[in-house]
Design a protein around this ligand. Structure first.
Ligand SMILES: *Cc1c(COP(=O)(O)O)cnc(C)c1O
Length: 402
């Protein structure tokens, strides 16, 4: 039986062979990836690191140093985003504050953001979930007005843009992730990006002091990437679905993780994947357009549309199911049909116990995020999706909701 992984990037044996050949030339491989990232993203400075959450921790630490004001210890985050964002804030010694999202766009509600208490704010963070850009120009202008930093979290949005500017390039600094289920994947990895010379100098100093990836860690990643590259194929995916490290979008709150330079191996693989970024994103956009067309107007669901002026890259295809019972039934039905649908992050950040413990009561009021947590369902868009996927998805939904 074939099974479509919920998300993924096809990695070839040649990509891995190239990575192995470059593994011992770490600094050359990293420099190559740096240059490729700057070209692809249009952002002038890039520093590959061990993960997206490591990138976020480093950026927040650097912003803290740059602000040089101990009272600025809070980071405003969208009420629905990856739990690693909150974990990275804890890891940087800062406190999260929550701004609710607009369920129609998944972007922070600008009115709500304007009403936030900025008296202790260091930074505001975006989300750009599933590769759909947030209302980044508006968030950026609110941050500039309030004199706080803006960190454009484009972990899932490498190659996306809005108003002609790349996601990840808004505000003061940004990040991309190369984890499983992101736009490109080296199993683990990420990058800090920054277009402002002043802050870039400080980031450069902070990142220069990071340790190298340990040889053990690097070896484990090589093996995992080898397994991933073989078993992401729909004919083989059922065999590895049960292994914990292949679980995509599995969400835990974990503030302990390595913060190191990206290894030579992962940097070389990422650089090769970047040369195919446009094709990978085009393929995902095509699947998304097919799904949008096939599912438009169905009563049981609502589509999430990109904002005006946005080019989305669809790391996954999000839709909202009108009630929780139907969503549970759909998840089971998709699973049975061999389509890796996911309920994404299971809860609003304010409902994650480790986050909630540190929040003021007012921040736990986030109806938009709770609505999304209970309604969202994502579908695969990757290059292994067959041309009849939209039709099959439509049939599963029709059958389940008739
Ligand atoms: C995945 C993700 C991160 C963290 O990236 P990792 O590489 O998994 O550490 C941060 N923010 C968002 C929105 C993400 O999706």
């Amino acid at each position: 039986m074939h099974y479509l992984a919920p998300a993924g990037t096809p990695v070839t044996m040649r990509d891995i062979a190239h990575g192995l050949a470059c593994a011992t030339r770490g600094s050359t491989a990293v420099a190559g990836l740096q240059a490729a990232l700057c070209t692809v993203s249009g952002i002038s400075h890039a520093w590959p690191v061990s993960s997206g959450r490591a990138a976020m921790t480093v950026i927040l630490r650097t912003m803290r140093l740059a602000a040089d004001d101990p009272s600025r210890c809070e980071v405003i985050v969208p009420a629905y985003t990856c739990y690693s964002v909150a974990a990275a804030i804890e890891r940087a010694g800062l406190r999260p504050r929550i701004c609710d999202i607009d369920p129609a766009t998944l972007s922070m509600d600008p009115e709500q953001l304007r009403r936030c208490d900025f008296s202790r704010t260091l930074t505001v963070v975006s989300a750009n979930l599933y590769g759909l850009p947030n209302d980044l120009a508006t968030i950026e202008s609110i941050c500039l007005e309030r004199g706080v930093f803006f960190l454009d979290d484009a972990a899932q949005a490498l190659g996306a843009s809005i108003s002609g500017r790349p996601a990840g390039s808004f505000g003061h600094a940004g990040l991309f992730s190369f984890d499983k289920g992101k736009v490109i994947s080296t199993i683990q990895g990420g990058t800090v990006v920054c277009g402002l010379n002043d802050l870039a100098g400080k980031l450069d100093a902070e990142i220069a002091s990071l340790p190298k990836t340990g040889i053990g860690e690097q070896t484990v990643n090589m093996l995992k990437l080898g397994i991933y590259s073989i078993f992401l194929r729909p004919g083989l995916y059922p065999l590895v679905r049960a292994l914990p490290f292949t679980r995509l979008g599995h969400t835990v709150y974990e503030p302990r993780y390595p913060i190191t330079h990206l290894s030579g191996f992962s940097s070389a693989v990422a650089e090769r994947l970047l040369t195919r970024l446009e094709d990978l994103n085009l393929a995902r956009q095509r699947v998304a357009a097919g799904l949008e067309h096939a599912l438009d107007g169905l009563r049981a669901i609502e589509l999430v549309r990109p904002l005006p002026g946005a080019v989305a890259v669809y790391a996954r295809f999000p839709l909202l199911v009108r009630d929780a019972t139907t969503r549970a039934e759909l998840l089971t039905a998709f699973d049975r049909a061999g389509i890796g649908a996911s309920a994404s992050y299971p809860a609003a950040l304010a409902d994650v116990p480790q986050v909630r413990a540190n929040l003021p009561a007012a921040d736990t009021d986030c109806p938009g995020a709770r609505r999304i947590a209970s309604m969202i369902l994502t579908l695969p868009t990757h290059a292994y999706c067959p041309p009849d996927l939209p039709q099959r998805v439509r049939e599963v939904i029709d059958e389940c909701t008739k």
